[in-house]
Design a protein around this ligand. Structure first.
Ligand code: UD1
Length: 430
């Protein structure tokens, strides 16, 4: 397995271009199953997760062509017909989001057999809301031997669905299934994440009739069929936020480019509280820090709150603050797996339930650490940038799922970071 070695203590100076969002790209790829015409996605990140989903879609009959175009990396997806509506365990367990092919498969073919995604290190992460939404749309669902068998031979029917709590995955899933349903669907208590709006707008560009996305009520008027389109993937706000925190942690001056500053507004406010200078441009953000890091409390929440996917990275920053900060995780029950690893670098953190108290220390010291999931890996890299001596992050395959060319982007700003090649990993769900 590859490892990443970081010699800490060098401030970062330079530009970091932000890639297209992983969490949008994989849903847009799944949405391409809804039409027999080609869908061309531009500003596409090339990640382990997009490659994996590509492998799954190929099994359904999708032809995939990757190229470099005027608007960056492109992926052309074309599914003239669904040749199989079967998603096997081996592929689904490696990436939970691939479960979301279920909705588009039933909407397009009237039937599907998709593996349940299985366990996960950050929490139980059930899919009951996804299945209830599909049932409300008229799908008949059976489960045996770890598989979901879904059928809607006469098509799906519009319905009013009120989610008991906000779920990004279930909102996206219901949306993708509803666009080809007969009649109108109303999704209440829907998630408002920007990646959902990106999906809804791409579906509209394909001929769907979706409104209200970006608010808690989404209305979908079903249409008989969708057509192909060209769509540019929204910028990755989690990648952007990760590099913003990296700049704050290492010190220096980092400018993020190809970013939408409003998507990481809450994080940027927190970085200002922590003592950084932040300048928000039209599609750039500059983060500069030369003084001490001040302690700042954060509580994760659904968008536009503080993203759970940035919690670990922000905690890394707080390990060097001049006092105590409290970090509360409200989305997942087990998302502090990075705490013991930060402890190996000398951090002082105490966890009680869903709350972590971080007592800032004078310095972190390099050590061997192990990544446990995608965002936790990023937090260890960020901590390594500021630690004295060498930090080696093991199990880098987690990072490769969601960060394109991480070591290249950080080295371009002067970080002393390199990849040590190892054997090909067996990927696991995070
Ligand atoms: C979540 C995050 C998203 C992040 C992603 C990857 C939120 C609201 N969601 O999205 O920002 O990018 O993880 O880290 O911040 N749940 C159920 N039943 C379901 C579906 C979900 O109980 O059928 C629960 C989950 O266990 C979790 C909560 O609902 O506690 C929110 O989950 P959801 O938003 O669906 O998770 P993701 O779509 O994976």
């Amino acid at each position: 397995m590859d490892r990443i070695a970081i010699e800490g203590g060098t401030p970062l100076f330079g530009d970091i271009p932000v890639s297209g969002a992983k969490n949008s790209a994989i849903k847009l790829m799944a949405a391409s199953l809804l039409t027999s015409e080609p869908v061309r996605l531009t500003n596409m990140p090339r990640l382990a997760d997009t490659r994996l989903l590509g492998r799954l879609l190929t099994r359904f009959g999708t032809q995939i062509t990757e190229s470099d175009g005027a608007d960056g990396q492109e992926t052309l997806l074309h599914t003239p017909e669904i040749t199989s509506a079967f998603a096997p365990y081996d592929l689904v367990r490696q990436m939970r989001a691939s479960f979301n092919v279920l909705g588009p498969l039933i909407a397009r073919t009237g039937h599907a057999k998709v593996s349940l995604p299985g366990g996960c290190t950050i929490g139980a992460r059930p899919v009951d809301l996804h299945l209830k939404a599909l049932e409300a749309l008229g799908a008949h669902i059976d489960m045996h031997e770890g598989y979901v068998f879904a059928q809607a031979p006469r098509g799906l029917k519009g319905a009013e669905i009120e989610f008991p709590f906000v779920s990004v995955g279930a909102t996206e899933h219901a949306l993708m299934a509803a666009v080809l349903a007969h009649g109108t669907t109303v999704l209440k208590n829907a998630a408002c994440e920007p990646e959902i709006s990106d999906l809804a707008e791409c579906l509209n560009a394909m001929g769907a009739k979706v409104s209200g996305h970006g608010t808690t009520t989404i209305v979908v008027e079903g249409v008989a069929s969708l057509h192909g389109t060209d769509w540019s993937v929204i910028c990755d706000r989690i990648e952007a936020g990760t590099y913003a925190v990296a700049g704050a942690m290492a010190g220096g001056e980092v400018r993020l480019t190809k970013v939408r500053p409003e998507l990481i507004s809450i994080l940027l406010d927190k970085l200002v509280e922590a003592g950084c200078e932040v300048h928000r441009g039209f599609d750039t953000v500059t983060i500069k820090r030369s003084g001490a890091i001040k302690p700042v409390d954060v509580t994760t929440d659904v968008y536009p709150g503080f993203a759970t996917d940035l919690q670990a990275q922000f905690m890394a920053l707080m390990t060097l603050a001049t006092g105590e900060s409290v970090i509360k995780e409200t989305i997942f029950e087990n998302r502090f797996m990075h705490v013991p690893e930060l402890g190996r670098l000398g951090a002082d953190i105490r966890v009680t339930g869903s709350e972590a108290r971080v007592h800032g220390v004078a310095e972190l010291r390099g050590a061997q650490v192990m990544a446990t999931d995608l965002r936790a890996s990023a937090c260890l890299v960020i901590a390594g940038l500021a630690a004295r001596g060498e930090t080696t992050v093991n199990r880098v395959y987690h990072l490769d799922r969601g960060f394109e060319n991480l070591e290249g982007k950080l080295s371009a700003c002067g970080a002393k970071i390199r990849r040590i090649k190892g054997d090909t990993p067996v990927m696991e769900d995070e």
